[in-house]
Design a protein around this ligand. Structure first.
Ligand code: M6R
Length: 606
């Protein structure tokens, strides 16, 4: 996730910006850059890779200016190159910008800038030239006019060499905070790089623009009216600020889900045609119609997300779909031809088994595409197209937001393929409508955290646990079970409800609680019978049920109610209480939530 730090004050800006960039490193980045106003001109230095390299490049430069902007980039549009790193510039280097977020309509905007020769592949460079186009002496007005045409998200800071006394900051969907010092101000994407200097801050809200000088902060709302903002005191230390006040990265990432889910679907669905368009697939509509089989490959959580994708592909697109654990796929003899589409799914894009499976599938002639979080990672580069899931950096070892965003992208693909084949407009529209409601329902589900903590407390003395789900919720059961064992070290297993009689029922007794996903869908009554079987063996039951399902109470010791959604989208909601359950359990048991024993975030060896 990109990071921003900017400074205007009385001290040389460069050391403050470099220190700030280092504090932002935790967000993950692939390149960085800085621009300082020095002797009337903006001096800019950018690099791929680490802040140390940037610092080395700057070491012989006499940059004593007291105003500057800086950025760490996590690539979204365009690869990892120095040209794509921020700050981006216009007006012959007099105007510069650092930007977090995604400008969705940057291609349209580019059409207004036909006389510009772009040097990068980024949406941000389009934006800075648009601001340049409207600049005629009033910097804030130029920013406001340009932003009025923008669709998408931004947190940005703009500087102009002819305005040594001000920085312009604006926010829409990507956080910005202004630190208040004495005759100096700091602007950053989160409070982390500011806290070494001040704990007095102003948080910008969506649609607001700030004109920040050494002495004052003038803020304006979306209608360009002057507004008064409160200066707040934050009591976080730097470590807390990195986690935006959450106790652990995992919890922060669980709470990121409504926002990053919107990043995953934004601009990718069509409300008129009830379809989706993921251009990165690099296949014509006819080539898509020619695909007669889909294989998803991934490991761990990723393979469970794939399982939800399998249901979506079969249901919406009518294409036979399979999930293969990458470590098995690479050593099997998979039957593959050039009508087989292989999706390699990976958060890190570096998992050794998945990468080996990609190479094997390509060798056998499959069409191989990636569904990846880390931009520019090896799997993203070695697949011939695909889609980024836009979950932002995931730092906790236990994967959370990557799982939900992978499912989001898989559902969009299933919708796109389905609408090119057999899916009706009416069903397509229903899926799109339901997708658009998911973020709000995720937020409602997150509000259950305290309630779930109490349930976790109640079960924290047990040494075993079983998760049950049916249909698409079997993916959720597997994921809930993996989360629990991974961070709390409680032994847990997951089964489809219908499998219980075929063996697992023997395990059950009062010491072996069961967490069952029994939301209202076409398998509801089947799942109910499975839960009754479980109860008959004396096991304690926690039920995940749909709001309003009072019958659930008859069967359970504890019920967690979640908002209703379309069955295919249930994993996007139903997984959240299970993530929270595992999280609270690990905290109660005193485990190292973000760094569980024996595990690494990225498994780059076999
Ligand atoms: O980076 P990847 O998505 O390829 O990683 C795959 C698995 O190693 C990963 O999902 C793992 O299972 C998680 N840490 C579980 O929380």
């Amino acid at each position: 996730m990109c990071g921003i730090i900017a400074y205007i004050g009385k001290e040389p800006a460069l050391p403050i910006l470099l220190r700030g960039l280092r504090r932002l490193e935790y967000r993950g980045y692939d390149s960085a850059g800085v621009a300082i106003l020095n002797n009337g001109g903006l001096n800019r230095v950018k690099t791929m890779g680490k802040i140390d390299i940037l610092s080395e490049k700057l070491k012989d430069q006499e940059l004593l200016g007291t105003m500057g902007i800086a950025h760490t980039r996590w690539a979204t549009h365009g690869g990892v190159t120095e040209a794509n790193a921020h700050p981006h510039s216009a007006l012959n280097g007099k105007l510069m910008i650092v930007h977090n977020g995604i400008i969705e309509n940057y291609r349209e905007l580019k059409n207004q800038l036909l006389d510009v020769s772009f040097v990068s592949q980024t949406d941000t460079e389009v934006l800075v030239h648009l601001i340049g186009k409207y600049y005629s002496g009033d910097l804030r007005q130029a920013v406001e006019t340009a932003l009025a045409q923008v669709r998408g998200t931004y947190g940005l800071v703009v500087t102009h060499a002819d305005h040594p006394d001000k920085l312009i900051a604006a926010r829409m969907g990507s956080p910005l905070v202004i630190g208040v010092g004495e005759n100096e101000h700091y602007i950053a994407s989160d409070a982390t790089p500011i806290l070494a200097y001040t704990n007095q801050v102003v948080f910008l809200d969506d649609g607001e623009i700030a004109e920040v000088s050494r002495e004052t902060i003038k803020t304006f709302n979306v209608r360009h009216e002057h507004i008064q903002k409160r200066v707040e005191k934050i009591d976080w230390d730097e470590a807390q600020a990195e986690k935006q006040g959450f106790a652990h990265f995992m919890l922060k990432e669980i709470y990121d889900q409504p926002t990053v889910f919107q990043d995953a679907i934004r601009g990718r669905y069509n409300i008129i045609d009830g379809t989706a368009r993921l251009g990165g697939i690099n296949l014509t509509d006819n080539q898509i119609r020619d695909i007669n089989r889909v294989i998803f490959i991934g490991c761990g959580t990723t393979s469970y997300a794939a399982m939800a994708g399998k249901y979506a592909f079969e249901r919406l697109a009518g294409i036979p779909a399979e999930v293969d654990v990458a470590s098995e796929f690479r050593y099997r003899d998979p039957v593959i031809d050039n009508h087989t589409l292989v999706f390699a799914i990976s958060q890190s894009g570096e998992t050794a088994d998945t990468l080996a499976a990609v190479r094997e599938a390509k060798r056998r002639g499959a069409v191989v595409r990636g569904i990846v979080n880390a931009v520019g990672s090896t799997i993203a580069r070695e697949t011939d197209g695909g889609t980024y899931i836009h979950a932002g950096p995931e730092l906790a070892v236990a994967s959370t937001k990557a799982y939900t965003n992978m499912i989001a992208v898989l559902i969009l693909y299933a919708l796109q393929f389905g609408r090119l084949r057999r899916l009706s407009l009416a069903t397509g529209l229903r899926v799109v409508d339901a997708l658009r409601e998911v973020a709000q329902k995720m937020k409602e589900t997150l509000e259950l955290s305290e309630e779930i903590k109490k349930v976790a407390q109640k079960y924290s003395d047990y040494h075993n646990m079983m998760f049950l789900g049916r249909g698409i919720n079997f993916s959720v059961a597997l994921e809930g079970s993996l989360k629990l064992k991974e961070i709390s070290y409680i032994h847990s297993e997951a089964f489809p409800g219908g499998e219980m009689k075929h063996g697992p029922l023997a395990l059950l007794c009062p010491e072996f609680p069961v967490f069952a996903i029994m939301t209202k869908n076409q398998l509801y009554e089947k799942m109910r019978s499975n839960v009754e079987e479980v109860r008959a063996r004396g096991a304690k039951v926690i039920l995940l049920a749909t709001k309003g399902d009072d019958r659930a109470l008859e069967l359970a010791d504890d019920v967690i109610y979640v908002p209703e959604t379309m069955e295919l989208l249930e994993p996007l909601i139903n997984t959240i209480p299970l993530q929270l359950f595992a999280y609270h359990m690990a905290v109660i048991l005193g485990k190292d939530v973000d760094r569980p024993r024996n595990l690494a975030k990225s498994v780059t060896v076999e």
